[in-house]
Design a protein around this ligand. Structure first.
Ligand SMILES: Cc1cc2nc3c(=O)[nH]c(=O)nc-3n(C[C@H](O)[C@H](O)[C@H](O)COP(=O)(O)OP(=O)(O)OC[C@H]3O[C@@H](n4cnc5c(N)ncnc54)[C@H](O)[C@@H]3O)c2cc1C
Length: 474
């Protein structure tokens, strides 16, 4: 067993012979791993230590409270099918509310917004029909292709599962979603709606997103009219806070890991950026893929290459506190298809699903900018980003005030995993091979499952379980 460290950790009351499990990264995956390990701490006699590079936990799940507003910097929505996430929320005592069945957003084309609503009021249904017939973004052929894709994906619904992705792996060829669309004559649907949807869900394009992942995303978030999302009344911030609080005893902030030690054919601990060697009997690496490739130098070349092939889209997310809603009534998003005369991709307001995310009488919107436009913003300071984004929003949403109650900028150079074609299978195979080529090392993170908050949490739970059974076998 690893030599016990005198530094306080969540395992300080354990016996000196306790096994030490190190978790690298305190995002959703790392925290879910720590939570799972903590639940088994007594019986497994293990010490848990989570080493986080930055000065805050949460990674891409980070939220903060600003003047009574529960602002989210990254993930915002939990889907009905996210069973692991819902189980963890239940365990943490966080109540999730089903969103109203109505779904609706407005897409910009030809100088105005056009509404598309699912299960909406009669007025909204008429508005949707008008969009499908008259919007310059829509064509009859595109609508027909949309119906064909709907039928195609409905037949495959059981395979497009974010919780149990075993059948999705069979669909995961090297093809991108753009290639899949071309092969199935879905080009007009892609131009009309699919490309925009993929931009919003991945911060990337159909050329970058794998065909299987693209199908799963589109079925999950837009095409399947029966499903709903879930959120706590305060929004995802309530889940973030409960998870962060439950793991606070185990987390060591501002401790970047430089290297995971693989010696004598197994994982032995880590070396931090300050040169400290921390011994561990098992290591769970819960960073993004490119960091994992960098900090695990002893892996076989082809496994490192597979990690390096994982790609992410960039996104700048800017949150604003407001006195009143700026979006059309009944619409939760204003969307800008590629080629729109703006650098904005989406402006959202989740008030319908999370009514307590803002104080009474106030509301909150988030503006998302992706890809090359996000990279341009990253080079600016926060005040300049806010100034440019407010100015741009006022061109399209006249009710947007010049001076919002507050603004917060979140920069995500690696925001959303694009799961390029073949990645899901590669990561599945890689996890299988690790047990023989690097026993004691476990990979977690959204990219190791179906990328999403649920994929991250599921990977954390499963890697914690795997590390415990590994230690039992030592
Ligand atoms: C704007 C945005 C909106 C999103 N919306 C949704 C949504 O609505 N629904 C959904 O399901 N998903 C959404 N996602 C995706 C979701 O947030 C992620 O899939 C999930 O949070 C990823 O968690 P993770 O733990 O795998 O990775 P991360 O959150 O990236 O965590 C990795 C952690 O490792 C730390 N780290 C990195 N390097 C080191 C090192 N060397 N040593 C120690 N620590 C290190 C990082 O600081 C970070 O805390 C969104 C993401 C973004 C950015």
């Amino acid at each position: 067993m690893a030599s016990s460290d005198t530094r306080p950790t969540g395992g300080q009351d354990c016996e000196p012979t306790a096994s030490e499990i190190l978790v690298v990264g305190a995002g959703a995956a790392g925290l879910s791993a720590a939570l799972t390990l903590a639940a088994h701490r007594q019986e497994s006699n293990c010490r848990i230590r989570v080493l986080e590079a930055s000065d805050r936990v949460g990674g891409r799940l980070f939220c903060e409270e600003v003047d009574g507003f529960h602002v989210y910097g990254g993930a915002s929505v939990i889907h009905e099918s996210f069973a692991t996430t819902r189980d963890l929320a239940r365990e943490l005592g966080v109540e999730l509310r089903q969103s109203p069945r109505k779904k609706g957003g407005q897409s910009y084309a030809g100088g105005r917004f056009w509404g598309l609503y699912v299960n909406g009021s009669l007025r909204q249904t008429l508005s949707s029909l008008r969009t499908m017939v008259f919007s310059p973004q829509h064509t009859l052929a595109g609508n027909w292709e949309f119906m064909r894709l709907f039928t195609m994906l409905k037949k495959r619904a059981a395979e497009l599962d974010f919780e149990d992705h075993s059948r999705l792996l069979d669909l995961d060829t090297s093809a991108s979603f753009a290639e899949f669309a071309r092969a199935n004559s879905l080009g007009r649907y892609l131009a009309q709606a699919g490309e925009l949807d993929l931009n919003c869900f991945t911060a990337g394009s159909s050329k970058e997103v794998g065909a299987a992942y693209g199908m799963a995303l589109l079925w999950l978030w837009t095409l399947n009219p029966a499903t709903r999302s879930y959120l706590p009344r305060q929004g995802i911030a309530a889940l973030f806070k409960a998870l962060a609080d439950a793991c606070s005893d185990y987390v060591q902030l501002s401790t970047p890991v430089e290297r995971i030690i693989l010696e004598d054919g197994r994982a032995h601990g880590v070396v931090t950026a300050s040169g400290e060697r921390i011994e561990g009997d098992a290591v769970i690496c819960a960073t993004i893929a490119s960091t994992a490739a960098r900090i695990i130098p002893g892996l076989p070349e082809e496994l490192t290459a597979a990690l390096e092939r994982v790609r992410y889209g960039s996104c700048c997310n800017i949150a604003f506190g407001l006195n009143k809603n700026i979006l059309a009534e009944g619409s939760h998003a204003g969307l800008f298809p590629p080629g729109s005369p703006t650098f904005l991709t989406m402006v959202t307001n989740l008030a319908a699903t999370a009514p307590d995310a803002a104080p009474p009488g106030k509301t909150m919107v988030h503006a998302l900018v992706i890809g090359a436009h996000a990279q341009t913003l990253f080079a600016l300071d926060d005040d300049e980003i806010v100034r440019r984004v407010v100015e741009e929003m006022r061109r399209f949403f006249p009710a947007m005030p010049e001076r919002p109650l507050f603004a917060r900028v979140f920069r995500w150079p690696q925001a959303l995993c694009l799961a390029p074609g073949g990645m899901l299978r590669d990561m599945h195979d890689l996890r299988g091979r690790l047990s023989s080529c690097a026993p004691g090392l476990f990979l977690a993170g959204d990219y190791t499952r179906v990328p999403s908050l649920n994929g991250a949490m599921k990977s954390g739970v499963e890697s914690a379980q795997a590390s415990l059974s590994y230690l039992r076998g030592l």
